[in-house]
Design a protein around this ligand. Structure first.
Ligand SMILES: Nc1ncnc2c1ncn2[C@@H]1O[C@H](COP(=O)(O)OP(=O)(O)OP(=O)(O)O)[C@@H](O)[C@H]1O
Ligand SMILES: [Mg+2]
Length: 270
């Protein structure tokens, strides 16, 4: 891709470190070959975003990521008219840029977005591959390289907030979970450079916290938090302090669960 291309800056230049959990790389490659829209589900911090970055790098396509939130409107995705010294000027939103110039557009936490913004993706994610810019009076035919990827965490969703079937049924889906013990250990060793034994101890703590899910805890310790704890330990913070700060305090204020985790931390590292 040449530097004059408007999406050139979104190229992923350096290979992101990604340890596969299964056959997801081959499956994503197959989905991309058909330009199927892809949905990635899974708990927070389990590797969804890292995977998408890795795939963009592997496929050699630019990646435009949008963090969705409840205030996001269709205009934030598609674009809007702006007023400036010369009058009005149209500014493409991130989804429009991706569709126009051929990038992978990654809508993170899509369920947070309002219904009107999820509906704009409908004509883009079926056989039409079109994006109507109603306010501008333009109909964009998506670039051949364009693909839409969305992610969401099914754990948080209330029925009210779930995606509509007519949205869900436009995507092929990947169900992610925390990596299995060996893989997660290796991720900590590779990503942070701590000794394997310490990595194993951290992963064991995370696994026990994940078993508490539903028993007073919404979600267990994520791979992301394990990476935090490992980084602190690598920098010389005593393991028990690092674990309290990165693994326990962020996720719960429930006294019973805290004391269970505290015991587990002390038993592991003392
Ligand atoms: N398979 C993996 N290979 C390499 N690193 C990983 C992997 N899975 C998780 N990680 C590590 O965990 C961190 C969190 O992963 P990531 O940001 O992809 O989570 P996520 O699933 O997108 O979470 P969220 O839903 O909160 O956005 C990464 O920054 C990386 O350090
Ligand atoms: Mg993410």
């Amino acid at each position: 891709m040449n530097p004059g291309n408007p999406v050139y800056d979104y190229m992923v230049n350096k290979e992101p470190y990604y340890h596969p959990q299964g056959d997801e790389i081959a499956l994503f490659t197959a989905a991309y070959a058909r330009r199927l829209p892809v949905m990635i589900k899974g708990p927070t911090g389990c590797g969804k975003s890292r995977f998408v970055e890795y795939m963009a790098w592997k496929l050699g396509k630019p990646l435009i990521t949008v963090a969705c939130n409840e205030d996001m409107t269709a205009a934030d995705l598609v674009g809007r008219w702006l007023l400036d010294a010369e009058g009005t000027r149209w500014q493409d939103g991130p989804l429009t840029v991706a569709a126009r110039y051929g990038a992978i557009c990654y809508l993170d936490e899509i369920v947070e977005a309002r219904q009107d913004s999820t509906v704009v993706i409908h004509p883009l994610t079926d056989h039409r591959r079109q994006l109507p810019l109603d306010k501008k009076g333009e109909l964009i035919q998506a670039h051949a390289d364009f693909q839409l990827v969305i992610s969401y965490n099914p754990g948080y969703q209330s029925l009210m907030k779930d995606l509509k079937q007519s949205t869900k049924q436009r995507f092929a889906a990947f169900r992610f979970d925390y990596p299995e013990t060996k893989v997660e250990t290796e991720i900590l060793v590779r990503e942070v450079g701590i000794p394997e034994q310490t990595a194993e101890q951290l992963v064991a703590l995370a696994k026990s916290s994940r078993n508490l899910k539903g028993h007073g805890m919404d979600e267990g310790i994520s791979t992301r938090l394990l990476v935090y704890a490992a980084s602190l330990i690598a920098d010389g913070v005593p393991a028990t302090r690092a674990c309290r700060m990165a693994l326990m305090d962020p996720i719960t204020d429930d006294e019973d669960i805290r004391s269970t985790l505290e015991h587990a931390i002390d038993a592991t590292f003392n």
